[in-house]
Design a protein around this ligand. Structure first.
Ligand code: TYD
Ligand code: MG
Length: 459
């Protein structure tokens, strides 16, 4: 196949160069040149007939048939929900995550456990045997090999060949593992380079839209947390899902960062088991465990993850600093925010924490960004400091401001309902929290300042 002409474009100023240079001669930025396709004539010749035949023309919006409905539901409720209720025909979903977090596992088990859907799993990273070994492991629990009769594996990295196989097989879903391993003949650059990744994704997208084949692309994440190289990809695709979690813990969160067909407030929670990823239906129950008592420094926060209320254990340890400078360390909670809360306690509420080491941890390896967890953090710190346990049946939902005031949180009613469901009998929320209907079995205590909570708890 004749080579497509390509050129090197500076990603900073847009200047075009005929060869790769370390520094852009126009804007003098380093390492900004990326290989891009100059004209697509040759490439189109190689693309499938269905793509070529489609000639777009203006069409009145009223005449466009509404496409809501033919979403394909998945047997995995968590994934279905995060996608907004199933897979939309012709959509492209990018799923990103650190290596080893379970992206391949999630998509292979999706491919295996949806017999109504013919899935083509394109693996550029693992051989057929490796995929088979993983599939056997995943099938252990589900037993029946027949569930996977509709799953096809292809170890190919050339986009044009992949398109040919898709045309022949006509799958209902294509999984690409991973986008960084693909390469298109249109560019000389090596697989994984920004130019290749972007061009491959663009080809996949044109193909998906033209043929109506939904695709899921797996993308690796760099150390900085970006979907490697192709931050640009996030603009092109329809949905971006982030698969995250602590590799040392069993829980994994599937979070939509962008969704053209649904809300980004959803959240999927999984547990990594020996036989694959199992959806967690009642995460609060799992996270809180079957404790019969909570020692000092351990309190429960009623937070929201996406749209789901989630009760999480906040653990604090306060001890006298051995060295001159006290240590502050935090897992799952923003360290700067912890420092701010400690300063509030010191300055506004008169607790002498300046000479104390403070360690904070959220159980289960979760990360909570929501300020509603502040009140629980403050109570955990003070409980550990005084070495007095907070009663088992209390939980907290409130943001703490710089003056020591407790501020209302959103969706308080959902949090209260979840707390009541799990057997808590008291929940502390801010004065003026809106939308609160009384819930049976739980007392809602309104507080305006941190000191009032302490008066309630420790007398
Ligand atoms: P993997 O899906 O290969 O990660 P990614 O594709 O995101 O790089 O998952 C790898 C990890 O998952 C690996 O360390 C082992 C673990 N794992 C299990 O614990 N149970 C299982 O059933 C499977 C298949 C993997
Ligand atoms: Mg993988």
């Amino acid at each position: 196949m004749a080579k497509v002409r390509s050129h090197f474009v500076c990603q900073s100023c847009g200047a075009s160069h005929t060869q790769w240079l370390g520094q852009c001669s126009q804007c003098k930025q380093w390492n900004t040149l990326v290989d891009e396709v100059l004209d697509r004539v040759e490439e189109k010749r190689g693309s499938p007939a269905s793509v070529k035949s489609r000639q777009p023309k203006p069409i009145a919006i009223d005449e466009i048939p509404a496409q809501d409905g033919p979403r394909t539901p998945l047997s995995d409720h968590e994934l279905s929900r995060v996608l907004g209720g199933g897979i939309v025909p012709g959509s492209i979903t990018l799923i990103g995550g650190e290596p080893g977090i379970g992206k391949s596992t999630l998509l292979l088990q999706t491919a295996l456990r949806n017999p109504h859907l013919r899935v083509l799993y394109v693996s550029g990273e693992e051989s057929e045997h490796q995929v088979k070994m993983r599939a056997e492991r995943l099938n252990q629990e589900y037993g029946a090999a027949s569930t996977s009769a509709n799953c096809y594996v292809l170890t190919e990295t050339n986009t044009q060949s992949i398109f040919k196989h898709i045309e022949a097989l006509k799958p209902g879903l294509v999984v690409i593992d991973s986008i960084q391993t693909l390469h298109t003949a249109a560019l000389d650059a090596s697989p994984g380079s920004v130019g290749q990744v972007r061009e491959c994704a663009a080809e996949l997208m044109r193909f998906a839209k033209a043929t109506g084949t939904p695709m899921v692309l797996i993308g690796h994440i760099t150390k900085d947390g970006f979907i490697a190289g192709p931050k640009v990809l996030e603009h092109m695709v329809d949905c971006v899902l982030q698969f995250e979690g602590d590799r040392d813990h069993a829980y994994r969160l599937l979070r939509p960062l962008k969704n053209r067909f649904g809300s980004t407030n959803e959240l999927g929670i999984y547990e990594m088991r020996g036989t694959g990823l199992a959806p967690v239906d009642d995460p609060s129950q799992v996270l809180l465990g079957n404790r019969t008592e909570r020692p000092s420094g351990v309190v429960v926060a009623a937070t929201l993850e996406g749209q789901r209320p989630l009760l999480i254990e906040v653990q604090a340890l306060v001890s006298s600093a051995v060295y001159g400078t006290p240590q502050r360390s935090s897992t799952g909670f923003d360290l700067r925010r912890l420092n701010m809360l400690l300063a509030v306690l010191e300055k506004r509420c008169g607790f002498r924490l300046g000479a104390k080491d403070v360690f904070l941890n959220l159980a289960g390896g979760f990360r909570v960004e929501e300020p509603a967890i502040d009140l629980a953090v403050v109570c955990a710190v003070l409980s550990s400091n005084a070495d007095i346990a907070v009663p088992m049946d209390c939980c907290f939902a409130g943001e703490v401001g710089l003056t020591g005031e407790v501020r209302p949180v959103t969706r308080a009613d959902q949090r209260v309902a979840e707390a009541a469901k799990l057997g808590f009998v008291r929940i502390f929320v801010a004065q003026g929290t809106k939308g609160m209907a009384p819930v049976k079995g739980i007392e809602v205590i309104h507080v305006a300042r941190v000191e009032q909570v302490l008066a309630h708890l420790f007398g």
